[in-house]
Design a protein around this ligand. Structure first.
Ligand SMILES: Cc1cc2nc3c(=O)[nH]c(=O)nc-3n(C[C@H](O)[C@H](O)[C@H](O)COP(=O)(O)OP(=O)(O)OC[C@H]3O[C@@H](n4cnc5c(N)ncnc54)[C@H](O)[C@@H]3O)c2cc1C
Length: 334
């Protein structure tokens, strides 16, 4: 175990674009590496991806391992899991983070199984304990409890982390580090699947809640699908995404891509409006880290207020139009 050193982050790209979760995880890895006295190593696997390496160093990596080959043009479980498992076997990191994205959730268990490692999936928190072990925190039993897991017997300690749990630090362009090209012995013959077509989920005319800086989210208090015009109007003024609690999405009033919460999206906006949402733990699991949290609910005892920076007790059908008017006035003055 003592041979294992380095906090690694698998930095996922999609069609050659670096996923934001990579920056979030490199930022977190930096804080742990400083406490452990180890290096942060970012791992890039793909085709034509070396251009992301410098940005990862500015973000906090000491070293970037670049596995760049045509064989990695599309994500395939076979090629990526072999490449990552080979690197881990050769270089023995102590910690490995992956984003809990669709591909990250596919890749991590394959690598863990190949190397007989423990793996905690879908973490929403990470800490180091007194023994310098990685404490991996995630909801369990339908979100009723948060569990803390450690991997005392295997290295690297491996975990997938939900996007938008950690905030990426501001990049420091004066940082320097090593960029190493790693040769791979993987060929097309190692890949048992073939990508025939890629179908992208696009919701026409909707800003995705994942990436929006402002999210206006409605709950059952909105009562009728026609009433969603109100949060939509507020969202339009603020260039915000329109989200919903699970009941709203289950009713088909908003698409599943806009559901906020444990079984929906985890989001990290600057500003979050919760309109007529009670504040169940499963909802808050997806939005409680918002920088500024505004809750409007007619029930003064609604649990949502415990998480709110600004709480307004009142009817959303009276308060939201007043908020809209006020914003229009301010925007007109500007
Ligand atoms: C395994 C599991 C996963 C789940 N995942 C998710 C998830 O991802 N996301 C999620 O949201 N939920 C999730 N849930 C469901 C969650 O437990 C709650 O049931 C849900 O969040 C409640 O939605 P709500 O707040 O919109 O509705 P309610 O709990 O019914 O609350 C409606 C609120 O609106 C207020 N209200 C009513 N009328 C008005 C008005 N005119 N003005 C102001 N306020 C008004 C009421 O006071 C009330 O507080 C999950 C549950 C389970 C078991």
């Amino acid at each position: 175990m003592s041979e294992h050193k380095g906090v690694w982050v698998y930095c996922e790209t999609d069609e050659s674009r670096l996923k934001r979760v990579a920056l979030e995880l490199v930022t977190k890895a930096r804080t742990f590496a400083d406490k452990l006295g180890e290096e942060v190593v970012a791992v890039l696997i793909g085709n034509d991806i070396e251009r992301h390496a410098e940005g990862l160093i500015y973000q906090g990596a000491d070293k970037v391992l670049v596995v760049d080959d045509e064989v990695f043009t599309n994500y395939t479980t076979d090629a990526y899991s072999k490449a990552l498992a080979n690197l881990i076997e050769e270089r023995k990191p102590s910690i490995l983070f992956l984003g809990a994205t669709t591909n990250g959730r596919d890749l991590a268990p394959r690598v863990a199984a190949k190397l007989k490692l423990g793996l905690t999936a879908d973490c929403t928190g990470l800490e180091l304990n007194d023994k310098k072990q990685l404490v991996q925190i995630r909801p369990a039993f339908s979100g009723k409890v948060m569990v803390e897991l450690v991997s005392p017997e295997t290295r690297p300690q491996m975990t997938t982390v939900r996007p938008n749990v950690f905030k990426p630090a501001k990049p420091d362009n004066s940082r320097t580090g090593d960029i190493e090209q790693v040769k791979t012995l993987i060929s097309q013959d190692d890949i048992r699947t073939e990508i025939l077509e890629r179908v992208k989920e696009v919701v026409e005319g909707m800003i995705s809640v994942d990436e929006a800086e402002v999210v206006v989210c409605s709950g059952r208090g909105i009562k009728e699908p026609e009433n969603l015009k109100l949060p939509e109007e507020l969202a339009k003024l603020l260039d915000a995404a329109v989200g919903g609690s699970r009941p709203i999405v289950d009713l088909g009033w908003l698409p599943p891509t806009q559901q906020v919460g444990q079984s929906g999206r985890t989001i990290l906006p600057n500003l979050y409006f919760a309109l007529g949402i009670s504040g169940a733990i499963q909802h808050l699991a997806g939005c409680s880290s918002a920088d500024t949290f505004v809750a409007i609910n007619k029930d003064p005892d609604a649990p949502i207020f415990e998480n709110a920076d600004f709480g307004i007790v009142g009817d959303i059908f009276e308060i939201v139009p007043a908020v809209i008017e006020e914003i229009k006035k301010i925007q007109a003055e500007r």
